[in-house]
Design a protein around this ligand. Structure first.
Ligand code: B12
Length: 246
């Protein structure tokens, strides 16, 4: 394949749309500032197609413009998923055969974060996007601690229940608070001597899979994750752990 460019009105015209907020009151000067900003981003023929006041001192913009850049998809290194996505029956079978008991999963939304919908999408019986959540799997016991959970409470629950896996959710962020909160949970588990052998998973819309190593997590899931992916990963990780333990 050769290099490709965004398609707007005609092939290869490079037209894209960018949205951003500037700290300036809505006005003609604000519109000109948005256009100048787009030019500095190398967008050709920029147009402000939407401008809206966000309170008295901020303005939100949507700008169209033509980029000169292109991309060749064949030249990219695309990471492959290290585990297969299994059916509901296969996940249960794999867990039953490798563990011979239920997999104990602790889930929590930590820090100041009160966004529980994402965590519930993965954990709750009703699930998400047509998939059942982890509570639906008979081979798993799920302890959903809810929102704004302190790392010390996660540690205590892991210890008291002999948990196999911890699932940490972070949705809201400012100044990378989502990264800080995930690291706090990892550090607390390390300090308590519980990290070894534990499957530590983080998730939320601001994360990407590549961040797992820097955060000290086994796996990170991002926006749009389906419960079946998480269930399959847990089955894969639990089997690998059981094999390593001999
Ligand atoms: C619903 C909502 C709320 C509800 C939350 C209710 C609840 N019980 O969860 C309420 C009204 C309480 C709320 C409050 C606030 N919110 Co709010 N909220 C949202 C909203 C509209 C939807 C979030 C959602 O439910 N998504 C649906 C779920 C299914 O998607 P998800 O969270 O991404 O989860 C998926 C994946 O990320 C992943 N995942 C998530 N967690 C985990 C964990 C694991 C282990 C795994 C494997 C996967 C995983 O799997 C899920 C399924 O695919 C978003 C905007 C948006 N459209 O996303 C704003 C948004 C997240 N909120 C935002 C803000 C700013 C706030 C407030 C600070 C507002 C305020 N000034 O008070 C407060 C903060 C409160 C607090 N202390 O946390 C901002 C965050 C911006 C930022 N910088 O991070 C957003 C993006 C809106 C915006 N554009 O400004 N909010």
């Amino acid at each position: 394949m050769t290099a490709i460019k965004p398609y707007g009105d005609a092939t290869d015209d490079g037209l894209i749309q960018a949205s951003f907020t500037l700290p300036i009151a809505e006005s003609e000067r604000a519109r000109q500032a948005a256009l100048e900003f787009a030019r500095k981003m190398d967008l050709g023929r920029p147009q402000v197609v939407h401008m809206k006041a966000m309170g008295p001192d901020f303005t939100f913009f949507i700008v169209y413009g033509a980029t000169q850049h292109s991309v060749d998809p064949d030249e990219l290194e695309v990471p492959e998923r290290e585990f297969p996505v299994l059916s509901y029956q296969e996940v249960n079978r794999v867990l039953r055969e490798s563990l011979k008991r239920q997999l104990v999963v602790v889930g929590a939304c930590t820090g100041t974060d009160a966004h529980t919908v994402g965590l519930d999408a993965i954990l709750s019986m009703k699930g998400f996007a047509g998939d059942h959540g982890l509570e639906y799997f008979p081979e798993m016991r799920v302890l959903n601690l809810g929102s704004q959970v302190e790392p010390a409470d996660i540690v205590e629950t892991v210890r008291a229940n002999g948990a196999d896996a911890v699932l940490v959710s972070q949705v809201v962020t400012q100044r990378d608070a989502h990264l800080v909160h995930l690291k706090e949970v990892r550090d607390s588990l390390v300090d308590a001597g519980l990290r070894n052998g534990l499957i530590l998973v983080g998730g939320g819309p601001r994360f990407s899979a590549e961040q797992a190593a820097e955060l000290g997590y086994d796996k990170i899931f991002g926006r749009g994750t389906r419960p079946s992916e998480v269930a399959s990963y847990l089955a894969y990780a639990a089997t690998t752990r059981a094999l390593n333990a001999g």
